[in-house]
Design a protein around this ligand. Structure first.
Ligand code: ASP
Length: 284
């Protein structure tokens, strides 16, 4: 079937100073366009998600890849996951450093198929075998030090719907500032920060511990299954998280018809969505 494609990206939920907001929205717009070009040419939702995420990982303004935040020891440990809604194939990596594009590594883990989740040194070893480009931690870190404004939150994510009707979701993050070494957040955990199935695809951002406790991405899909529209499912799942944990988060999603929804209870969450006839919307 020839569906009309759709894509949404987010640049992380939190409070974002005014002067950073415009460049972040522009980054989201460019990333969404990267993914959109893939979809428009008949490419897969997975490829679109990966391309958009790589674009945001390479932009030092965002807390993922280059520009990732630092843990308590001043080191970078990144988490990322990508998931195919049709097959439920998923690849995830956690606590990785020295990797320029963790989303690319997550995709390799998915394609390799032996495991779903690799962490730390084992993930690096796998990356070397898979030929994923390595980088010195300093290239990721130099930019991170400039990001004093971003003390707590930030992440990037993308959900895409392609012409075949397939949905994919991906999320990548440096995690939270001053986290304990070895801390793994929600972003790479399937069902928590990232999830995709035939009903919908979701990428979350915000308080990772609360997102894990409420299995937020899968919770949003459950609302879709219960008959909620995409906007309502996003709102209800964030409301559930707030009620149960008092925490703050946001999420983006696309349902099985290619309809887009997003919601946050944080001050900001820059997003860009493209659907229909190249209609581009940015919001925060
Ligand atoms: N959810 C991410 C984490 O806890 C951070 C964020 O999205 O701001 O690692």
């Amino acid at each position: 079937m020839n569906h009309s494609p759709a894509i949404i990206v987010h640049g992380g939920a939190g409070s974002i100073p005014e002067d950073i907001l415009a460049p972040m929205l522009e980054g989201c717009r460019k990333a969404a366009l990267e993914g959109w070009r893939v979809l428009d040419a008949g490419g897969s939702a997975l490829d679109a998600v990966e391309q958009a995420a790589i674009f945001l990982e390479d932009d030092p303004l965002f807390n993922a890849g280059t520009g990732s935040t630092l843990n308590l020891l001043g080191e970078i440990e990144m988490d990322a996951a990508i998931m195919d809604g049709h097959t439920l194939a998923v690849g995830a990596v956690a606590a990785v450093s020295r990797i320029k594009n963790p989303i690319r590594l997550a995709r390799k883990v998915m394609e390799d198929g032996r495991h779903v989740f690799l962490a730390a040194d084992g993930a690096l070893r796998f990356a070397r075998e898979a030929g994923i480009p390595e980088c010195s931690p300093e290239t990721l870190l130099v930019e991170a030090r400039k990001k004093h404004w971003e003390k707590t939150h930030g992440t990037i994510g993308c959900v895409a719907f392609d012409r075949s009707g397939a949905i994919a979701a991906g999320t990548s993050t440096g995690g939270i500032f001053d986290k304990l070494p070895g801390r793994i957040g929600d972003s790479a955990l399937p069902g928590c920060g990232t999830y995709a199935c035939e009903t919908g695809g979701v990428s979350c951002t915000g308080n990772g511990e609360a997102i894990i406790r409420t299995v937020l991405a899968k919770t949003a899909v459950e609302f879709l299954l219960g008959g909620s529209g995409p906007g309502e499912a996003a709102r209800k799942s964030v409301a559930f998280l707030e009620k149960k944990t008092g925490a703050k988060a946001g999420l983006i999603l696309i349902d099985r018809e290619g309809r887009i929804g997003y919601y946050r209870n944080t001050e900001r969450m820059p997003v860009c969505l493209i659907s229909g006839h190249n209609e581009i919307v940015t919001d925060c």
